[in-house]
Design a protein around this ligand. Structure first.
Ligand code: ZN
Length: 180
């Protein structure tokens, strides 16, 4: 889909696999199942005003649940992070995927917060992941630091063989040495 605006800017969306594109007026949003599920009341990591470190840190510290359920899925405290983005983010912050949110130190919560913002902005600036193309056929330039692309490989940081876990209804790749 390509949407042209009056100021000559445009928005393009390319769907891979399953998805939906809806054109709605503001007053129709509340009736939209997709909007209510994914966007209402949950902070967006690209919105500075909604996604603050104070709020993020406080919510993590209070929850004795797995870190993945706080970042991905219907109970997440940010909207829009995929299982792949999760693997990338926690590898780059050296956090083990089985950690509980409430067990993270203040420093770890800070680096997690900073890394979420960094990974999202890098993915946007580089035109998305390298396994996808946009509507013009241009390939994304972002290569995830961790994820299924690292299957059967060794860690680029320490050389340890990458492991795979089943976690929260999906597979999570990790470096057992770098991630604690
Ligand atoms: Zn490693």
């Amino acid at each position: 889909m390509k949407l042209d605006f009056n100021d000559d800017s445009s928005l393009t969306v390319a769907l891979t696999g399953m998805g939906v594109i809806q054109a709605l007026k503001d007053d129709e949003l509340e009736g939209s199942y997709v909007y209510k599920r994914d966007f209402s009341k949950v902070a967006s990591p690209v919105n500075e005003a909604e996604f603050t470190f104070e709020s993020f840190s406080k919510q993590l510290a209070e929850k004795k649940v797995n870190i993945k359920s706080m970042l991905v899925g219907k109970n997440a405290l940010v909207v829009g992070l995929s299982n792949n983005a999760f693997q990338d983010i926690i590898f780059r912050t050296k956090i083990h995927p089985k950690r509980k949110a409430s067990d993270l130190s203040e420093d770890e919560r800070r680096s997690l917060y900073d890394m979420i913002k960094l990974v999202i902005s890098e993915r946007i600036q580089l035109g998305g992941k390298d396994q996808f193309t946009d509507i013009y056929g241009r390939q994304g330039q972002y290569t995830p630091a961790m994820g299924s692309n690292m299957s059967e490989k060794t860690c680029l940081v320490c050389g340890t063989r990458i492991e795979k876990l089943n976690l929260g209804g999906g597979q999570v790749y990790l470096c057992p040495k770098c991630q604690k």
